[in-house]
Design a protein around this ligand. Structure first.
Ligand code: TXA
Ligand code: MG
Length: 333
Protein backbone atom coordinates (compact mmCIF):
# COMPACT_ATOMS: atom_id res chain seq x y z
CA UNK A 1 0.00 0.00 0.00
CA UNK A 2 1.21 3.47 -0.90
CA UNK A 3 0.98 5.97 1.97
CA UNK A 4 -0.10 9.39 0.73
CA UNK A 5 0.86 12.53 2.69
CA UNK A 6 -1.76 15.24 2.65
CA UNK A 7 0.07 18.44 3.56
CA UNK A 8 -2.25 21.00 5.13
CA UNK A 9 -2.07 24.75 4.92
CA UNK A 10 -3.54 25.96 8.21
CA UNK A 11 -4.22 29.43 6.89
CA UNK A 12 -6.62 28.36 4.14
CA UNK A 13 -10.00 26.67 4.60
CA UNK A 14 -9.53 23.12 5.87
CA UNK A 15 -12.66 21.40 4.64
CA UNK A 16 -11.71 21.43 0.93
CA UNK A 17 -8.11 20.45 1.65
CA UNK A 18 -9.36 17.53 3.75
CA UNK A 19 -11.62 16.10 1.01
CA UNK A 20 -9.31 13.15 0.17
CA UNK A 21 -9.10 12.17 3.85
CA UNK A 22 -12.85 12.55 4.34
CA UNK A 23 -13.52 10.37 1.32
CA UNK A 24 -11.32 7.61 2.76
CA UNK A 25 -12.81 7.79 6.25
CA UNK A 26 -16.36 7.72 4.87
CA UNK A 27 -15.43 4.56 2.93
CA UNK A 28 -14.39 2.97 6.23
CA UNK A 29 -10.69 3.33 5.46
CA UNK A 30 -8.19 4.68 8.00
CA UNK A 31 -6.07 7.85 8.04
CA UNK A 32 -3.61 9.44 10.45
CA UNK A 33 -4.25 13.03 11.53
CA UNK A 34 -2.87 15.55 14.02
CA UNK A 35 -4.45 16.40 17.35
CA UNK A 36 -3.11 18.86 19.92
CA UNK A 37 -1.63 15.95 21.94
CA UNK A 38 -0.19 13.43 19.45
CA UNK A 39 -1.10 12.14 15.98
CA UNK A 40 -4.06 9.76 15.93
CA UNK A 41 -4.91 6.92 13.55
CA UNK A 42 -8.58 7.51 12.77
CA UNK A 43 -11.45 5.35 11.58
CA UNK A 44 -15.26 5.47 11.60
CA UNK A 45 -16.03 4.74 15.25
CA UNK A 46 -19.37 3.16 14.37
CA UNK A 47 -17.92 0.67 11.90
CA UNK A 48 -16.47 -2.58 13.13
CA UNK A 49 -14.84 -3.12 9.76
CA UNK A 50 -13.10 0.30 9.88
CA UNK A 51 -11.97 -0.07 13.50
CA UNK A 52 -10.53 -3.52 12.80
CA UNK A 53 -8.16 -1.87 10.30
CA UNK A 54 -6.69 0.27 13.09
CA UNK A 55 -5.83 -2.79 15.17
CA UNK A 56 -4.34 -4.43 12.10
CA UNK A 57 -2.16 -1.47 11.05
CA UNK A 58 -0.91 -0.82 14.59
CA UNK A 59 -0.43 -4.45 15.54
CA UNK A 60 -2.47 -3.55 18.61
CA UNK A 61 -3.81 -6.26 20.94
CA UNK A 62 -7.59 -6.36 20.68
CA UNK A 63 -8.07 -6.16 24.46
CA UNK A 64 -6.79 -2.57 24.48
CA UNK A 65 -9.77 -0.24 23.89
CA UNK A 66 -9.80 2.93 21.76
CA UNK A 67 -10.82 6.53 22.35
CA UNK A 68 -13.77 7.95 20.37
CA UNK A 69 -13.16 11.53 19.24
CA UNK A 70 -16.21 13.78 18.99
CA UNK A 71 -16.87 17.33 17.82
CA UNK A 72 -20.14 18.15 19.55
CA UNK A 73 -22.34 17.32 22.53
CA UNK A 74 -24.88 15.38 20.43
CA UNK A 75 -22.23 12.83 19.48
CA UNK A 76 -21.46 12.35 23.15
CA UNK A 77 -25.16 11.67 23.93
CA UNK A 78 -25.21 9.11 21.15
CA UNK A 79 -22.43 6.98 22.58
CA UNK A 80 -22.43 7.34 26.38
CA UNK A 81 -24.62 7.50 29.48
CA UNK A 82 -23.36 9.87 32.17
CA UNK A 83 -24.02 12.39 34.90
CA UNK A 84 -25.02 15.36 32.73
CA UNK A 85 -24.25 18.03 35.27
CA UNK A 86 -20.76 16.78 36.06
CA UNK A 87 -19.75 16.15 32.46
CA UNK A 88 -21.15 19.55 31.48
CA UNK A 89 -19.00 21.23 34.10
CA UNK A 90 -15.88 19.36 32.99
CA UNK A 91 -16.54 19.88 29.31
CA UNK A 92 -17.14 23.61 29.76
CA UNK A 93 -13.76 23.89 31.39
CA UNK A 94 -11.63 21.42 29.43
CA UNK A 95 -13.27 20.70 26.07
CA UNK A 96 -12.25 20.99 23.38
CA UNK A 97 -8.89 19.84 24.74
CA UNK A 98 -6.60 17.08 26.02
CA UNK A 99 -9.06 15.37 28.39
CA UNK A 100 -10.50 11.89 27.76
CA UNK A 101 -13.49 10.74 29.83
CA UNK A 102 -14.27 7.07 30.46
CA UNK A 103 -18.07 6.76 30.66
CA UNK A 104 -20.72 4.02 30.54
CA UNK A 105 -21.22 3.19 26.90
CA UNK A 106 -24.34 2.85 24.80
CA UNK A 107 -24.99 -0.18 22.55
CA UNK A 108 -24.20 1.79 19.44
CA UNK A 109 -20.48 1.61 20.30
CA UNK A 110 -18.93 -1.49 18.70
CA UNK A 111 -17.48 -4.01 21.18
CA UNK A 112 -14.12 -3.74 19.46
CA UNK A 113 -13.81 -0.05 20.49
CA UNK A 114 -14.38 -0.88 24.14
CA UNK A 115 -12.57 -4.21 24.10
CA UNK A 116 -15.70 -5.68 25.59
CA UNK A 117 -15.74 -3.31 28.59
CA UNK A 118 -19.05 -1.67 29.60
CA UNK A 119 -17.39 1.73 29.12
CA UNK A 120 -16.19 3.99 26.34
CA UNK A 121 -13.41 6.59 26.37
CA UNK A 122 -14.39 9.92 24.74
CA UNK A 123 -12.39 12.99 23.82
CA UNK A 124 -13.32 16.30 22.17
CA UNK A 125 -9.99 17.44 20.68
CA UNK A 126 -9.15 21.09 20.03
CA UNK A 127 -6.93 20.73 16.96
CA UNK A 128 -8.67 22.44 13.99
CA UNK A 129 -7.78 19.58 11.62
CA UNK A 130 -9.14 16.93 14.00
CA UNK A 131 -12.32 18.94 14.49
CA UNK A 132 -12.79 19.53 10.76
CA UNK A 133 -12.37 15.80 10.09
CA UNK A 134 -14.86 14.69 12.73
CA UNK A 135 -17.45 17.31 11.72
CA UNK A 136 -16.92 16.47 8.05
CA UNK A 137 -17.52 12.77 8.72
CA UNK A 138 -20.45 13.40 11.08
CA UNK A 139 -19.49 10.28 13.03
CA UNK A 140 -17.03 9.94 15.92
CA UNK A 141 -13.50 8.96 14.94
CA UNK A 142 -11.92 6.09 16.84
CA UNK A 143 -8.27 7.02 17.14
CA UNK A 144 -5.38 5.59 19.11
CA UNK A 145 -1.96 7.21 18.78
CA UNK A 146 -0.67 6.67 15.23
CA UNK A 147 2.29 4.43 16.06
CA UNK A 148 2.98 0.72 15.76
CA UNK A 149 2.20 -0.88 19.11
CA UNK A 150 5.19 -0.50 21.44
CA UNK A 151 6.58 2.57 19.66
CA UNK A 152 6.34 6.17 20.99
CA UNK A 153 3.31 8.27 20.12
CA UNK A 154 4.15 10.37 17.06
CA UNK A 155 4.17 14.14 17.35
CA UNK A 156 4.93 14.88 13.68
CA UNK A 157 3.72 13.46 10.37
CA UNK A 158 7.31 12.29 9.70
CA UNK A 159 7.22 10.13 12.82
CA UNK A 160 3.94 8.57 11.68
CA UNK A 161 5.45 7.93 8.25
CA UNK A 162 8.52 6.20 9.67
CA UNK A 163 6.32 3.86 11.66
CA UNK A 164 3.33 3.20 9.42
CA UNK A 165 4.56 3.79 5.87
CA UNK A 166 2.98 1.17 3.61
CA UNK A 167 0.49 0.12 6.29
CA UNK A 168 -2.00 3.01 6.03
CA UNK A 169 -3.35 4.87 2.99
CA UNK A 170 -2.97 8.47 4.23
CA UNK A 171 -1.31 10.82 6.72
CA UNK A 172 -2.78 14.30 7.12
CA UNK A 173 0.26 16.48 7.85
CA UNK A 174 -0.61 19.38 10.15
CA UNK A 175 2.87 20.01 11.53
CA UNK A 176 4.10 19.40 15.05
CA UNK A 177 1.66 18.69 17.91
CA UNK A 178 1.69 21.44 20.51
CA UNK A 179 1.39 19.26 23.64
CA UNK A 180 3.38 16.17 22.69
CA UNK A 181 2.05 13.81 25.39
CA UNK A 182 -1.17 11.78 25.19
CA UNK A 183 -4.38 13.13 26.77
CA UNK A 184 -5.37 12.90 30.41
CA UNK A 185 -7.67 9.89 30.92
CA UNK A 186 -10.28 10.32 33.67
CA UNK A 187 -12.66 7.48 34.60
CA UNK A 188 -16.10 8.67 35.70
CA UNK A 189 -18.07 5.43 35.50
CA UNK A 190 -17.41 4.21 39.02
CA UNK A 191 -18.43 5.74 42.34
CA UNK A 192 -15.30 7.84 42.58
CA UNK A 193 -13.46 9.55 39.75
CA UNK A 194 -10.06 8.04 38.98
CA UNK A 195 -7.18 9.58 37.05
CA UNK A 196 -6.05 6.71 34.82
CA UNK A 197 -3.43 8.55 32.79
CA UNK A 198 -1.98 11.98 33.63
CA UNK A 199 -1.82 14.51 30.79
CA UNK A 200 -1.95 18.21 29.99
CA UNK A 201 -5.25 18.65 31.85
CA UNK A 202 -3.63 18.36 35.23
CA UNK A 203 -4.49 16.51 38.43
CA UNK A 204 -4.59 19.84 40.25
CA UNK A 205 -7.08 21.32 37.77
CA UNK A 206 -9.33 18.27 37.98
CA UNK A 207 -9.12 18.12 41.77
CA UNK A 208 -10.62 21.62 41.93
CA UNK A 209 -13.80 20.25 40.41
CA UNK A 210 -13.62 16.64 41.66
CA UNK A 211 -12.64 16.80 45.32
CA UNK A 212 -12.83 12.98 45.64
CA UNK A 213 -10.50 12.37 42.67
CA UNK A 214 -8.03 9.56 43.24
CA UNK A 215 -4.92 8.46 41.35
CA UNK A 216 -4.76 4.99 39.92
CA UNK A 217 -1.87 2.93 41.17
CA UNK A 218 -0.48 0.63 38.59
CA UNK A 219 0.84 -2.03 40.94
CA UNK A 220 0.85 -5.42 39.35
CA UNK A 221 -1.57 -7.03 41.79
CA UNK A 222 -4.20 -4.38 41.16
CA UNK A 223 -7.10 -4.90 38.83
CA UNK A 224 -6.21 -3.37 35.47
CA UNK A 225 -8.32 -0.21 35.21
CA UNK A 226 -7.02 1.10 31.93
CA UNK A 227 -6.04 -1.83 29.78
CA UNK A 228 -3.34 0.19 28.00
CA UNK A 229 -1.35 0.42 31.22
CA UNK A 230 -0.39 -3.20 31.28
CA UNK A 231 1.46 -3.04 27.97
CA UNK A 232 5.13 -2.24 28.00
CA UNK A 233 5.75 1.33 27.11
CA UNK A 234 8.12 2.54 24.45
CA UNK A 235 11.79 2.56 25.36
CA UNK A 236 14.37 3.97 22.99
CA UNK A 237 17.41 1.80 22.32
CA UNK A 238 19.47 4.39 24.20
CA UNK A 239 19.71 3.66 27.92
CA UNK A 240 17.62 6.11 29.95
CA UNK A 241 18.85 7.13 33.39
CA UNK A 242 16.81 9.51 35.52
CA UNK A 243 18.59 11.54 38.20
CA UNK A 244 17.46 14.15 40.67
CA UNK A 245 20.34 16.28 41.75
CA UNK A 246 23.72 17.43 40.55
CA UNK A 247 25.59 15.33 43.11
CA UNK A 248 24.44 12.22 41.29
CA UNK A 249 25.76 13.43 37.98
CA UNK A 250 29.52 12.94 38.41
CA UNK A 251 29.31 9.29 39.44
CA UNK A 252 27.05 8.51 36.46
CA UNK A 253 29.31 10.31 34.03
CA UNK A 254 32.26 8.42 35.41
CA UNK A 255 30.45 5.11 35.25
CA UNK A 256 29.34 5.60 31.64
CA UNK A 257 32.24 7.68 30.37
CA UNK A 258 32.75 5.60 27.24
CA UNK A 259 29.16 6.06 26.10
CA UNK A 260 27.80 8.69 23.76
CA UNK A 261 25.66 10.66 26.18
CA UNK A 262 23.08 13.44 26.08
CA UNK A 263 21.53 15.06 29.14
CA UNK A 264 18.01 16.58 29.34
CA UNK A 265 17.58 19.26 31.96
CA UNK A 266 15.75 22.45 32.90
CA UNK A 267 18.74 23.62 34.91
CA UNK A 268 20.84 26.19 33.04
CA UNK A 269 23.71 25.93 35.54
CA UNK A 270 24.68 22.70 33.78
CA UNK A 271 25.88 24.81 30.86
CA UNK A 272 29.01 25.29 32.95
CA UNK A 273 29.86 21.63 32.39
CA UNK A 274 31.25 21.58 28.86
CA UNK A 275 31.96 17.82 29.02
CA UNK A 276 28.23 17.10 29.03
CA UNK A 277 26.19 17.39 25.86
CA UNK A 278 23.07 19.17 27.04
CA UNK A 279 19.59 19.68 25.80
CA UNK A 280 18.38 22.54 27.95
CA UNK A 281 14.62 23.03 28.01
CA UNK A 282 12.84 26.23 28.94
CA UNK A 283 10.28 24.39 31.07
CA UNK A 284 8.38 21.12 31.51
CA UNK A 285 6.00 22.09 28.71
CA UNK A 286 8.85 22.26 26.22
CA UNK A 287 10.33 18.98 27.43
CA UNK A 288 6.90 17.33 27.08
CA UNK A 289 6.41 18.64 23.57
CA UNK A 290 9.81 17.36 22.38
CA UNK A 291 10.27 14.19 24.46
CA UNK A 292 9.10 11.52 22.00
CA UNK A 293 10.61 13.10 18.90
CA UNK A 294 13.96 13.49 20.69
CA UNK A 295 13.89 9.84 21.76
CA UNK A 296 13.57 8.83 18.11
CA UNK A 297 16.09 11.37 16.87
CA UNK A 298 18.78 10.53 19.45
CA UNK A 299 18.26 6.80 19.04
CA UNK A 300 18.79 7.35 15.30
CA UNK A 301 22.03 9.23 15.99
CA UNK A 302 23.36 6.29 17.97
CA UNK A 303 23.25 8.01 21.36
CA UNK A 304 23.90 5.28 23.97
CA UNK A 305 22.76 7.09 27.07
CA UNK A 306 20.12 9.74 27.76
CA UNK A 307 20.38 11.25 31.22
CA UNK A 308 17.19 13.00 32.28
CA UNK A 309 16.96 15.26 35.27
CA UNK A 310 13.65 14.65 37.03
CA UNK A 311 11.18 17.55 36.98
CA UNK A 312 8.72 18.49 39.70
CA UNK A 313 5.54 16.43 39.45
CA UNK A 314 3.33 19.48 39.46
CA UNK A 315 1.06 20.45 36.58
CA UNK A 316 2.23 18.91 33.29
CA UNK A 317 5.27 17.66 35.23
CA UNK A 318 3.19 14.72 36.52
CA UNK A 319 2.44 13.52 32.98
CA UNK A 320 5.99 14.14 31.84
CA UNK A 321 7.49 12.17 34.74
CA UNK A 322 4.96 9.38 34.17
CA UNK A 323 6.20 8.92 30.57
CA UNK A 324 9.89 9.37 31.51
CA UNK A 325 9.69 6.79 34.30
CA UNK A 326 8.00 4.33 31.96
CA UNK A 327 10.90 4.70 29.54
CA UNK A 328 13.63 4.61 32.23
CA UNK A 329 16.14 1.80 32.71
CA UNK A 330 17.50 3.26 35.93
CA UNK A 331 16.16 5.81 38.39
CA UNK A 332 18.56 7.38 40.89
CA UNK A 333 16.86 8.89 43.92
O1 TXA B 1 -4.08 12.11 23.30
C1 TXA B 1 -4.61 11.02 23.10
O2 TXA B 1 -5.37 10.48 23.92
C2 TXA B 1 -4.32 10.33 21.74
C3 TXA B 1 -4.94 11.20 20.65
C4 TXA B 1 -4.82 10.53 19.28
O3 TXA B 1 -6.26 11.49 20.97
N1 TXA B 1 -4.85 9.00 21.75
C5 TXA B 1 -4.30 8.01 22.49
O4 TXA B 1 -4.93 6.78 22.31
O5 TXA B 1 -3.35 8.17 23.23
P1 TXA B 1 -4.28 5.42 22.81
O6 TXA B 1 -5.18 4.35 22.26
O7 TXA B 1 -2.87 5.37 22.40
O8 TXA B 1 -4.44 5.49 24.35
C6 TXA B 1 -5.73 5.40 24.92
C7 TXA B 1 -5.63 4.96 26.35
C8 TXA B 1 -5.15 3.54 26.47
O9 TXA B 1 -4.28 3.47 27.60
C9 TXA B 1 -6.43 2.76 26.71
O10 TXA B 1 -6.22 1.56 27.42
C10 TXA B 1 -7.26 3.76 27.50
O11 TXA B 1 -6.95 5.01 26.92
N2 TXA B 1 -8.70 3.47 27.34
C11 TXA B 1 -9.42 3.50 26.21
N3 TXA B 1 -10.69 3.13 26.44
C12 TXA B 1 -10.79 2.85 27.76
C13 TXA B 1 -11.83 2.40 28.60
N4 TXA B 1 -13.05 2.15 28.14
N5 TXA B 1 -11.55 2.22 29.92
C14 TXA B 1 -10.31 2.47 30.39
N6 TXA B 1 -9.27 2.89 29.65
C15 TXA B 1 -9.50 3.08 28.34
MG1 MG C 1 -0.92 4.86 22.24
Amino acid sequence: MQTQILKMNLSSPLKTQLEPALTLLKKNEIAAFPTETVYGLGANGFSKEAVAKIFEAKGRPSDNPLILHISNWEMLQEIAVFNQELVKTLSQKFWPGPLTLVLKRKDKVPDLISAGLPTVAVRFPSHPIALALISGCAFPLAAPSANRSGRPSPTTAEMVYKDLNGKIPMIVDGGECTIGLESTVLALHEKKPVLLRPGAVTYEELKEILSDLTLSHHQEHQKVHSPGMKYTHYKPKSRIVVFENMNQLDPIILKYKKLKTVCFTLDSSLILRPEIELILFEDALEMSRRLYSLFIELEGQGVDLILIQAVSEKGIGRALMNRILKAADEVLS
